[in-house]
Design a protein around this ligand. Structure first.
Ligand code: ADP
Ligand code: MG
Ligand code: MG
Length: 890
């Protein structure tokens, strides 16, 4: 019989951290905590395998599961001495979901399950606290109605509001036992009205309902959206954890809280968290009451009054701090923890590696290596490469004027400016139209995920540092200011008011997630600082990486930025951008409009010194490093005007008639420019263009060698080759030009001639192309387009659906299609090396900055990847992680 139920607590642990795939993260870690002797309420986990089977078999529970669950309940009963469904001493449980990776706020939990009209009396007597018992019961009905019965929770919330209003209360804490009891009556009436059936009274019925709901929540819309954004396969399923309740709402010596063993925002080594006295479960993150600080230091720094846990429950706090240290040493990572104190006794309810900002990730990794908790290599593998993006982008200029209108909590660092929107759908719509938006909400919920994803930043009026908005924003790397209490939002009117000011939808604001400040207008930014922990981790990464990292850059600014970010050369310098310069475009157009070779040469003559100047600058900046220059690639019509209004001006500047210009434009028109007269096809038909470019490259290289004493390392790249003969012809032009220039300049220098591999035929014929090519650079943007027969510019209409329906595992323009395009690359690499063992192999598509694609490049044994300047550090780290993975025997 397959084991579907795994017990934990009371000295038993059937599973552990190693069983995350089977037990989900929450279940595996509960078992692990129990096995290292931490106080965990007893319970059991139903495996993810069961979830998969449940869906496979049409959403029914097999008999073997019923038997195993009965044993699980017996285990809890035996440890707690209470009985499930018993009227005098009832066992209450929570039913919690838990996927392999944490999906914060995505799945639903039911607390206090097992309560009914009889057991509530038993609970009241046993605890000697009727208020607590009825409070628990009303919470249970509300959660169960929402999560399991699928009823509108708004109706229940309204009933509570009305009850408080009738009594003239402001806070839930003012409700008495009788008030809660009356509300329970009201809740049961509502349930009967809403579903036509009474609230289920049988504890076992309640349990199975809840288990089914947890499985069901795996396929809820918001869970699907979260999985899509985070690349989590739908087939994983969720586990279900059933666990004895412990009560943080049993009066003033009880409490509940969430904590991090280090600061998840800054990475500082300080306990960090929030707690509430006499509260249960989600109260801390729900934003109903404002949570209190965990430590005295944090409370004082924030200037808050309500006592910290360290002050109010010093003994329990010390015990909690010992647990923090035990957990950090055991897991060797920063932990995110849930705990509850029941009448002075501490219980651990969850631990997991805590989500953190990129800044914190760096600091924690570097600090833990220094503390000897992890190795340098582990530190390198701990930081998510893509997260570095957060650090590489500009932050607010401290010198810039700030018109601060509000201040909230610094929930997720980084600065963002954008127009104000008040709901997730508008955020998504506006951002699709290219607008930067700041999503402003009273508080966020899982329904807002798509809007948070689309927004540049998030501002909430309510909620603490561990609120939904804060946690999700940190996970996504979005700047977030939460709990800006003075901000009064009128979502209907689409306006918020603060300090006598009115901010309407569409107005621009700036938020600073590091300080919590909200400012009117757009505030100037500055470049980030790359020393410190960032520099240290990069150094460690460089020690283990095999792949070289180059950059795609053609402007001096980009080249400098890339070099500062650690680029080891240029993998792709596109020359066409240089032609668009206002001073040059006229000569380019004259070249295109010329009726014969002599005319073209005359125009090219004017461009030569300009191109030479471009290359000299680049060679100087990249001194000592290889520079791959791609000869002209796009179709010529891209340089001609297309708008009617432009023709006259252009014709006059180029000294031709408007008719000639128009005729040439229509001659050059192509039905399918991507597959038209471009790439080396230009060089084959107009060799003088490539000749001029080669001359500019070699003259520049000779001059720089002369002036600096250091010879540049040019690598001349011919685009869009599909046959050996094309490259042979172009290489002859390049070599002859080199020879001529070297004779004129009285010096020679080393250079390479190679080709892009961006057409399937080139990959297939790579063996013979390598007879001519000294290097291959995989142009994976075009190679993806030509292999899939998908135009990148037109794919928007169907690509999302293709990913949703599992046709492509990911967007193939973001992450290499390993099975298809990847196989062509592997084949070309192998065939190229077969001909020329030392052939240099690199990749210069957008994929060069994508960690998954970089891992593929490592596996294929390429020599380098080339990424846009801001992605260079990401590529360095990803290359290091790929090297570590491939040397790891597991
Ligand atoms: P989530 O994944 O959304 O955090 P959880 O299953 O962790 O959901 O539970 C939600 C809240 O309920 C948490 O605050 C958790 O600590 C609390 N909780 C869960 N189980 C118990 C329990 N057995 N006793 C007391 N509190 C619980
Ligand atoms: Mg929850
Ligand atoms: Mg939790």
């Amino acid at each position: 019989m397959t084991q579907y139920v795994y017990r934990f607590g009371g000295g038993v642990a059937d599973g552990g951290t190693g069983d995350k795939n089977l037990l989900g993260g929450k279940g595996a870690n509960l078992a692990e905590m129990a096995s290292i002797g931490l106080p965990v309420p007893p319970g059991f986990t139903i495996s993810t395998e069961m979830c998969t089977r449940y869906y496979d078999e049409g959403e029914v529970f097999p008999d073997e599961l019923r038997e195993q669950v009965a044993d699980g309940i017996a285990h809890i009963e035996q440890v707690t001495g209470k009985t499930f469904g018993d009227a005098s001493d009832p066992l209450l449980v929570s039913v919690r979901s838990g996927a392999r990776v944490s999906m914060p706020g995505m799945m639903d939990t039911v607390l206090n399950l097992g309560l009914n009209d009889e057991t509530v009396e038993g609970l009241a007597k046993k605890a000697d606290d009727a208020r607590f018992a009825w409070d628990s019961y009303r919470r249970f009905i509300q959660m169960y109605a929402d999560v399991v019965l699928g009823l509108d929770h708004g109706v229940y919330e309204e009933a509570l509001e009305i009850a408080k209003e009738d009594k003239g209360y402001h806070l839930d804490t003012e409700m008495t036992a009788e008030d809660w009891q009356a509300l329970v009556g009201e809740y049961k009436k509502i349930t009967l009205d809403e579903q036509g059936e009474p609230f289920p009274q049988d504890a076992h019925d309640q349990l199975w309902g809840a288990v089914g709901a947890v499985f069901g929540s795996w396929n809820a819309e918001r869970a699907k959206i979260y999985r899509r954004i985070n690349d989590i396969p739908g087939g994983w399923g969720t586990a279900v954890n059933v666990q004895a309740m412990v009560f943080g709402n049993m009066g003033e010596t009880s409490a509940t809280g969430v904590a991090f063993t280090r600061d998840p925002s800054t990475g500082d080594k300080a306990y960090y968290g929030e707690w509430l006295i006499n509260a249960q479960g989600e109260d801390v993150v729900a934003g109903i009451r404002t949570p209190q600080y965990l430590t005295k230091a944090a409370r004082e720094e924030a200037g808050a009054k309500p006592a910290s846990m360290e002050e109010a429950m010093s003994e329990t706090f010390r015990e909690l701090a010992r647990v923090f240290d035990t957990l950090e040493t055991h897991y060797r990572d920063m932990q995110d923890i849930e705990f509850t104190v029941e009448r002075g006794t501490l219980w651990m309810l969850q631990t997991r590696s805590g989500k953190r900002t990129a800044k914190a990730a760096l600091k924690i990794a570097v600090d833990m290596a220094a503390e000897g908790l992890i190795t340098e290599e582990e530190a390198v593998s701990r930081v998510e490469p893509a997260a570095l993006d957060q650090l590489l982008h500009p932050t607010l200029d401290p010198e810039a004027e700030r018109d601060v209108i509000a201040k909230g909590l610094p929930a997720s660092p980084g600065a963002a400016s954008g127009i104000v929107v008040f709901d997730a759908d508008t955020a998504e719509a506006k951002s699709e139209h290219g607008r930067d938006v700041i999503l402003v909400r009273v508080e966020t919920s899982p329904e807002d995920i798509h809007g948070m994803h689309a927004a540049k930043g998030i501002l909430t009026a309510r909620g603490g540092m561990t609120s939904h908005a804060a946690v999700v924003a940190r996970g996504m790397g979005r700047p977030c200011v939460s709990g800006a209490g003075n901000v009064a939002i009128d979502a209907k009117e689409k306006v918020f008011r603060v300090a006598g000011r009115e901010v309407k939808e569409g107005d621009t604001i700036t938020i600073d997630g590091a300080t919590g400040e909200v400012m009117m207008g757009k505030v100037a930014t500055i470049q980030p600082e790359l020393a410190g922990d960032f520099g240290t981790l990069m150094e460690w990464a460089d020690k283990v990486r095999r792949l070289r990292v180059r950059t795609n850059a053609e402007t001096p600014d980009d080249c400098r930025t890339a070099r500062e970010f650690g680029a080891e050369g240029i993998g792709l310098c596109r020359t066409e951008h240089m032609f668009f310069d206002a001073d040059r475009i006229t000569a380019v157009r004259q070249m295109i409009l010329a009726s014969n070779e002599a005319g073209r040469r005359a125009a090219l003559e004017k461009l030569l010194p300009e191109q030479r100047g471009d290359f000299k600058q680049i060679f100087e900046i990249m001194a000592g490093l290889p520079v791959t220059i791609r000869l002209l690639d796009p179709p010529l019509h891209e340089f001609l005007p297309h708008e009617d209004g432009e023709f006259e001006e252009v014709a006059e500047a180029a000294d031709v008639s408007v008719d000639t210009l128009k005729r040439r434009v229509s001659e050059l028109h192509e039905f399918n420019p991507m597959l038209g007269h471009r790439g080396c096809r230009l060089g084959v038909t107009y060799p003088e263009i490539y000749e001029m470019q080669a001359r500019a490259i070699f003259e520049a290289a000779c001059e720089v060698a002369e002036e600096s004493g250091e010879a540049p390392i040019p690598e001349v790249m011919v685009p869009l080759v599909s046959t050996k003969r094309e490259l042979e012809l172009m290489k002859a032009v390049i070599d002859e030009t080199a020879k001529a220039v070297f004779e004129e300049k009285g010096r020679t220098l080393d250079y390479l001639v190679g080709t892009m591999i961006e057409l399937p035929r080139a990959a297939l014929r790579a063996g013979e192309i390598a007879e001519e090519a000294e290097f291959f650079s995989f142009g994976t943007n075009d190679l993806t387009q030509t292999t899939l027969g998908v135009s990148r510019d037109d794919a928007g209409r169907f690509l999302t659906q293709y990913v949703d329906k599992g046709i492509f595992p990911r967007d193939p323009f973001v992450s290499i299609d390993i099975e298809g395009v990847g196989e062509l690359i592997e084949m070309a690499a192998e065939r190229g090396r077969g001909t020329r063992a030392a052939i240099k192999l690199g990749i210069c598509g957008e994929h060069g900055g994508d960690p998954a694609s970089i891992a593929f490049c490592e596996k294929t044994g390429l020599d380098y990847v080339s990424a846009s300047p801001y992605r260079v550090p990401i590529a360095r780290l990803a290359a290091a992680q790929a090297a570590l993975k491939s040397s790891d025997p597991r």
